[in-house]
Structure formats: structure tokens, C-alpha cells
Design a protein around this ligand. Structure first.
Ligand SMILES: *[C@@H]1O[C@H](CO)[C@@H](O)[C@H](O)[C@H]1NC(C)=O
Ligand SMILES: *[C@@H]1O[C@H](CO)[C@@H](O)[C@H](O)[C@H]1NC(C)=O
Ligand SMILES: *[C@@H]1O[C@H](CO)[C@@H](O)[C@H](O)[C@H]1NC(C)=O
Ligand SMILES: *[C@@H]1O[C@H](CO)[C@@H](O)[C@H](O)[C@H]1NC(C)=O
Length: 476
């Protein structure tokens, strides 16, 4: 029995083992299947991507096959149309010194190349710019740029997209410094028009035609509000035009940036200071005429201050040879200062000869003219001396006799003495002068001064009205 049982037991054990093994392998198989499933999903995805890449590569290869980048689209037929628009990311500065303006923009061009059409369902392709090098591109230039550069850091700031219908959208970020011819005749009350020309370098209008993509007056846009230190950007109309250059018609785009200058800076820096200097010179009319030094000082000091001011102004404007509005103002301020100095010269001249002064009462005192050779210089002597001095000139005019010569010699002596007193700082002489002044009322107002007190402010006001009326009117 034992012998007969053993094989059965063994058989059962073996079957158990086999079953166990089967279960394990099945599990493993199941697991493998699952893994496989996951793998195949991933593979599916991978293959989908690669299939797509492959599809596009084939498309691009197909496009570039037989593509000649030297020949423009539509060759031999209508001109290729390039649609342009500009997004200005920063505008300025505008420099008077070298008559230029700078702007940083995204220049966007769009054109259509039928040779590059592909299936609609592939969608818009955004490709590396290296591919673009192998395609035809318009030779667009900025005709009046002085200096411009494409931003290349950290990478070349360009992008392009290919649309299924063969349209290409090409955008590049460029900083342009362009020439702007300025007429500074009305500076700083001026409006400047800075023109910007875009066109093809070599292709005439028969080959390439430019147009504004979003229509005239809408195709130049600003990223942010334009804030310039010296100007207001009023408007920027856009035009497309055909220009004849050397007998060939070229298609060209133009933007006119119309800029109006802020006056504030110049009003604070020039107009107010120079007007104040002119007003300061009028103070001279209210100082009595014997104060020669004071009045001459006021005149000369204001003149010199204005000179400093006007040299300073010329430093920050272009060195144009004609007179600007600002120069006119400064010149007129000079003229007013000069006039007030000359006015004093006249007042002084007439003061010397008497102008119906009370001093004339002492005409006859020439006879009492005595020169004290000895040291006994008293206040009384000086009094008579000085009064005779004032009437002296009239006597000279009247009598032309030999006493004139005598008088002349005496005068020289008198002046020498006066000079000596001045040098030695003679106190009694000074006292005598002071006494004389109060006694004879020498400090009477000159009629010329009275006239100038009204005439100068009035004429300056009139000049200002005319000046501002003329230039502000011109600005409009
Ligand atoms: C497939 O893989 C995911 C993770 O990638 C896992 O969570 C999931 O269990 C797997 N499926 C099978 C059937 O093994
Ligand atoms: C495979 O692609 C499908 C849809 O495209 C996505 O839902 C799925 O998560 C992707 N699977 C893996 C493993 O990437
Ligand atoms: C664009 O603006 C200018 C000046 O403002 C105007 O003369 C011109 O007619 C405008 N063009 C269009 C198409 O509106
Ligand atoms: C240029 O255009 C004008 C008018 O638009 C035309 O009369 C002239 O013949 C053209 N010149 C050339 C060289 O095509």
C-alpha cells in the first residue's frame, strides 16, 4: 500500500507544483502584458510625435525641394506685396544736436509665397530662423537711418511663422537711429516732423510693393505711452507712395512723427531769467543820477549776466547759422539792456550841463573862483569852488576870450587838487561835498529818467506781446 501510495502522492505534489508554477507564470505573464500595454501606449505617443515630426520634415523637405531663394514669389507676374506694421516699444530720444531720433521697434513684414503652401490641417508652423535663411526674403531697408542694429542678445530677436497658404510672417526687433531734418527757426516754439522711410533696397515697384498691413494711420502702434522729455508726439500719419529714384519707381512707406516741443524748460531756463535781467536794469531809472557808479554797475552787471546765460543756451542747441526764436528774444534783451545803459549816458551828459537845475542861480560865481595855495582849505572855499565848477561850462560857451585860457588852466589845477583830495581821503572836502548836495538840491529827477520809467516797461511788454503772438501763431 505504501509503495502504491507514494507515486500518487508524488503525482499530486507534482501537479500542485505545476499548478503553482502555472499561477506564478500566469501572473508574470499578466504583469508582462500590462507592462507591454503601458509600453505600447508610450510607444504610441512617441510614434505619434515622431510621425508628426516626420510629416513636417517631409513637408518642409517637399517645400524646399526645387525652391529657389533667389527668385521672388510671383516672379514674372504682379509685384510681390509686402505688408508692414510696426510696434514701437520705445521712442526717443530726439536729438537736436545731430538732428536725429531713435526708436526701438518690432518690424513686422508679411508676404505670401505660393511655393510654400501645404496642407491646412498641419496648422501654422513656427520654425527656427535658420530655415528662413533658405527662403526668399524682401530686401527691406530704412532709407534715412543713420545707424541701426538687430538685437541679438541672448539670441537673434527674430521670429517667423509659416501659414498653410504660404504666407510668411516675419518680425524682428530693431533699434533705429534715423535722420530727422529739423528747421530750428522757431525753436523752442517749434513743431518738428521726423520722417521715417521704409522701402526696398534694390527692387523697384514692379517687383516689390509695400503697404501698411492695418491700413494707413493704423499700422504704427506704441507698446507704452510715449513720454519724451522735450517733445509731445502729436500724431504719426502713415503713407504709402511711389517715389522716382534715378528713373526707377520705388514703392516706399513713410511715417511722419509730428513732434511738438515742450516750452517749459526754456521758459524756466531762458525766458524768465533774461526778462528778469531786463527788469533789473530798470532799477537804474529809480536811482538818482549822481550815483554814476551804481547805475553803470547795474547796467554792466545785467549785460554780463545775460552774456553768460546766452552762451549757455547755445551749448544745448544745434549750431545752426540762422537765428532761432530764442536767439531773437535774447538779442532783444541785449538791446533793452544796452538801451538802459545808453539812457544813463544821456542822463549823465545832460546832468553835467545843467538841465534847468537850481544851480544856474550861481552863474556869476565864476569870479569868486579861488584856489587856495596854502593849506587853509575850508568848507566855505570848497563850496564856492564847486559851484563855479558847475557853471563853468556855460561860461566857456558864452565867452570866447583869453580869460577862457586862464580858466582852462585853473580848471586843470582844480581837477588835480580834486584828484589829490580823493587820493588822500580829505575829510573836510567830503563834508563840503555833502553839504553842497543838500543845499542846492542837485538830486532832482531827470526828465529822461521819468520818461524811461514808463517807456521801457511799456516797450518791453509790447515786444513780448508781439513776440509771443507771432511765434505761437506760427506754431499753429
Ligand atoms: C501603467 O503605468 C502606470 C504608470 O506609468 C501605472 O500606474 C499603471 O498601473 C500601469 N498599468 C498596468 C496595467 O500595469
Ligand atoms: C499619450 O497621449 C495621450 C493623448 O495624446 C495622453 O492623454 C496620454 O497621457 C499620453 N501618455 C503618455 C504616457 O504620455
Ligand atoms: C492719415 O492721416 C493724415 C493726416 O492726419 C490724413 O491726411 C490722411 O487722409 C489719413 N489717411 C487715412 C487713410 O485715413
Ligand atoms: C513711374 O510712375 C509714374 C506714375 O506713377 C509713371 O508715369 C512712370 O512712367 C513710372 N516710371 C517708370 C520708370 O516706371
Amino acid at each position: 500500500m505504501k509503495l502504491s501510495n507514494a507515486p500518487i502522492k508524488m503525482f499530486v505534489n507534482i501537479t500542485k507544483w505545476i499548478l503553482f508554477m502555472l499561477v506564478i507564470t500566469n501572473g508574470q505573464l499578466l504583469n508582462n502584458n500590462n507592462n507591454n500595454n503601458n509600453n505600447t501606449l508610450e510607444n504610441d505617443n512617441a510614434t505619434a510625435a515622431s510621425r508628426r515630426t516626420h510629416q513636417i520634415t517631409t513637408i518642409l523637405d517637399g517645400l524646399l525641394k526645387n525652391y529657389d531663394a533667389h527668385i521672388r514669389p510671383n516672379f514674372g507676374e504682379d509685384p510681390t506685396k509686402i505688408n508692414f506694421d510696426i510696434l514701437v516699444s520705445s521712442f526717443g530720444p530726439i536729438q537736436d544736436m545731430d538732428m536725429s531720433f531713435t526708436m526701438n521697434c518690432y518690424f513686422r513684414q508679411r508676404w505670401r509665397d505660393e511655393r510654400l503652401q501645404f496642407a491646412e490641417e498641419v496648422g501654422v508652423l513656427s520654425l527656427s530662423t535658420r530655415m528662413l535663411e533658405r527662403l526668399w526674403r524682401p530686401d527691406t531697408v530704412f532709407h534715412n537711418s543713420k545707424y541701426s542694429y538687430l538685437h541679438t542678445i541672448p539670441t537673434s530677436n527674430r521670429l517667423w511663422r509659416l501659414f498653410p497658404d504660404g504666407s510668411i510672417w516675419y518680425s524682428s526687433r530693431i533699434t533705429v537711429k534715423a535722420r530727422c531734418n529739423m528747421n530750428l527757426k522757431n525753436f523752442p516754439v517749434d513743431v518738428q516732423i521726423c520722417k521715417f522711410f521704409i522701402g526696398s533696397f534694390a527692387n523697384s515697384a514692379a517687383d516689390i510693393q509695400y503697404g501698411w498691413r492695418l491700413g494707413n494711420n493704423n499700422s504704427v502702434n506704441f507698446d507704452t505711452k510715449v513720454l519724451l522729455s522735450q517733445f509731445d508726439l502729436i500724431r504719426f500719419p502713415q503713407y504709402d507712395e511711389i517715389i522716382d529714384m534715378n528713373g526707377r519707381n520705388f514703392s516706399m512707406l513713410r511715417v511722419d512723427f509730428v513732434l511738438k516741443r515742450h516750452m517749459g524748460y526754456y521758459i524756466l531756463q531762458v525766458y524768465i531769467p533774461s526778462s528778469m535781467l531786463v527788469m533789473l536794469s530798470w532799477v537804474s531809472f529809480f536811482i538818482h543820477r549822481e550815483a554814476t557808479a551804481d547805475r553803470v554797475n547795474i547796467g554792466v552787471m545785467t549785460f554780463l549776466s545775460l552774456a553768460t546765460l546766452s552762451f549757455d543756451i547755445r551749448n544745448y542747441t544745434a549750431a545752426v547759422s540762422y537765428l532761432t526764436a530764442l536767439d531773437w528774444f535774447v538779442i532783444m534783451a541785449y538791446a533793452f539792456l544796452l538801451a538802459s545803459l545808453l539812457q544813463f549816458a544821456f542822463v549823465h551828459y545832460f546832468t553835467k550841463f545843467g538841465y534847468g537845475e537850481p544851480l544856474l542861480r550861481y552863474q556869476g560865481s565864476i569870479d569868486s573862483f579861488t584856489i587856495n595855495e596854502d593849506n587853509g582849505t575850508t568848507a566855505r572855499d570848497f563850496k564856492t569852488n564847486s559851484s563855479s565848477c558847475f557853471s563853468r561850462s556855460q561860461d566857456i560857451h558864452r565867452k570866447k576870450s583869453q580869460t577862457e585860457r586862464k580858466l582852462y588852466l585853473r580848471n586843470i589845477q582844480y581837477y588835480l587838487r580834486q584828484f589829490w583830495f580823493c587820493l588822500s581821503g580829505n575829510d573836510s572836502y567830503k563834508r563840503a561835498l555833502r553839504k553842497r548836495a543838500s543845499r542846492f538840491g542837485i538830486n532832482s529827477r531827470s526828465k529822461l529818467d521819468g520818461f524811461a520809467r514808463i517807456a521801457f516797461p511799456l516797450s518791453f511788454a509790447l515786444f513780448n506781446i508781439l513776440y509771443w503772438f507771432y511765434f505761437l501763431h506760427l506754431q499753429r
